[in-house]
Design a protein around this ligand. Structure first.
Ligand code: GDP
Ligand code: IMO
Ligand code: MG
Length: 427
């Protein structure tokens, strides 16, 4: 039985939450392996809409064990709030498991995140301000605080002292802000310990044993390929590994146990925050996509930047992640266009690029080369089989599939669980 990764192919918000939820009834464990509450997944089940940030979307499926893996950074206050909100709506959240090795986002890192953005001015990244970058930086810098540290007051104090030795100076001397005292932070973190402890375990062991028993483990990415700290549009990225390789390091499941990689890709492209975006639209078409697709951030409410489908990005995502199946979401949003442009390659200074340019500067200057596919006018939101789709919508899916480097196994035609066309079973 398999370990399956679900990842985003573009710059996030492709509909990973819905895809995870769709598979939910057939999997045993759903693991969040990277990022933190910078993610925002909207899942619609019948008339109920859920916005999840830190919890894996699998928490909504009654028989799934949701797991927060070692690769995640946790704002414990947000975790408890999200659990309480779901419990108040009748969701059973008692099965959640949290890795003892995941890092915790202390309050000073939220301050550092916000103040760094202000300090950067026009060079800012447009982060979510949740303390994600500074917490991963502390992890790499070996001054991070881990979940397990919360259960040993003397160790915790030593770690906080070590961290604040450096971060306190950064806050006061560089950013001219008040540095919190050691007592204040130790108290803040210790206050979480009693409630958190029963959820904590060796999640890597738990998941490998589950695979030994032939159970299905689904690894759900936050963010996406082009936001990956190694493979994305650096420095306009998040600070974690969002690609399929990150699913292994962030969960403790070895690469050879990963059987399937499902990439979620939107039928057009969006991006939140700063950074290059070749197919971005600044005209009425962009506004049309934003309005029709309700492209406003789940986490920060910011309007998402919108543009046409970019097959160069899809091919890149297929390669970097070893994609076995694409889920093409939001096809319904493209209904009602005379023609649907698809970017097939870039022009950089008169030179055609069929693959992602290796230099960021070239990517910044890439002009899309478009192919124009005929549009359709029929409402497709009630279509449930591929044959139900109008001929031009079918042709769009087939054309995009041929350009994108892996088969399109599922097509989304609306936000709800039911609004889905399955061409090839994912499990
Ligand atoms: P995630 O971060 O990748 O989980 O995606 P988000 O939840 O941030 O954004 C995707 C949005 O698209 C959500 O509001 C979903 O409810 C919605 N959605 C997902 N699939 C479809 C689809 O096929 N059609 C439409 N119209 N909306 C969809
Ligand atoms: P989901 O999981 C879209 C973007 C931010 C910013 C950059 C760095 O919903 O797809 P960070 O706070 O992570 O340091 O910000 O990454 N970003 C996302 N954009 N969807 C997300 O998550 C994102 N998570 C972070 O806007 O540009
Ligand atoms: Mg999102």
């Amino acid at each position: 039985m398999p370990a399956i990764a679900i990842i985003g192919a573009q710059w996030g918000d492709e509909g990973k939450g819905k895809a995870t939820d769709l598979l939910g009834s057939r999997v045993d464990h759903v693991v969040k392996f990277n990022g933190g509450n910078n993610a925002g997944h909207t899942v619609v089940i019948e008339d109920e809409k859920y916005a999840l940030h830190l919890l894996p979307s699998g928490i909504l499926s009654p028989n799934v064990t949701p797991v927060i893996g070692n690769g995640v950074v946790i704002d414990v206050e947000v975790l408890f709030r999200e659990l309480d909100d779901l419990a108040a709506r009748g969701v059973d959240v008692s099965r959640l498991k949290v890795s003892a090795s995941a890092h915790v986002i202390p309050s000073y890192n939220k301050a550092v995140d916000k103040v760094t953005e202000r300090f950067l001015g026009s060079r800012r990244l447009g982060t979510t301000g949740r303390g994600i970058g500074p917490t991963y930086a502390d992890k790499m810098n070996r001054i991070g605080i881990r979940v397990q540290d919360l259960f040993d007051a003397s160790i915790l104090r030593q770690k906080v002292e070590g961290a604040l030795d450096l971060k306190g100076q950064v806050l006061t001397k560089i950013y001219n802000r008040r540095a919190p005292g050691v007592d204040e932070i130790v108290e803040e973190l210790l206050a979480y310990a009693d409630r958190l402890e029963p959820m904590v375990c060796d999640t890597g062991l738990l998941l490998n044993q589950a695979l030994d028993r032939d159970e299905v483990v689904l690894l759900e990415a936050g963010q996406a390929t082009l936001l990956d700290v190694d493979h994305g549009t650096y420095p306009f990225v998040t600070s974690s590994s969002c690609t399929s390789a990150g699913a292994c390091t962030g969960s403790g499941i070895p690469p050879r146990r990963l059987d399937q990689v499902i990439a979620i890709v939107k039928a057009y492209t969006t991006r939140v925050g700063e950074g290059p975006f070749p197919t971005e639209l600044f005209d009425d078409s962009g506004e049309h996509l934003r309005k029709t697709g309700a492209e406003y951030g789940t986490t920060t409410g910011r309007p998402r930047r919108c543009g046409w489908y970019d097959a160069v990005i899809a091919r890149y995502a297929a390669r970097v992640n070893g994609v076995t199946d694409f889920v093409l979401t939001k096809l319904d949003v493209l209904t009602g266009l005379e023609q649907v442009p698809v970017c097939v390659a870039y022009d950089v200074g008169g030179v055609r690029h069929d693959e992602m340019p290796v230099n960021q500067t070239d990517f910044h200057h890439a002009t899309p080369i478009y192919e124009y596919l005929p549009g359709w006018w029929e409402d497709i939101s009630e279509c449930r089989t591929f044959d139900d789709l109008p001929a031009n919508a079918q042709a769009y899916v087939e054309a995009v599939e041929a350009m994108s480097g892996a088969r399109i196994s599922v097509v989304g035609v609306g936000p709800s669980r039911a609004a889905t066309i399955v061409r090839h079973d994912l499990l």
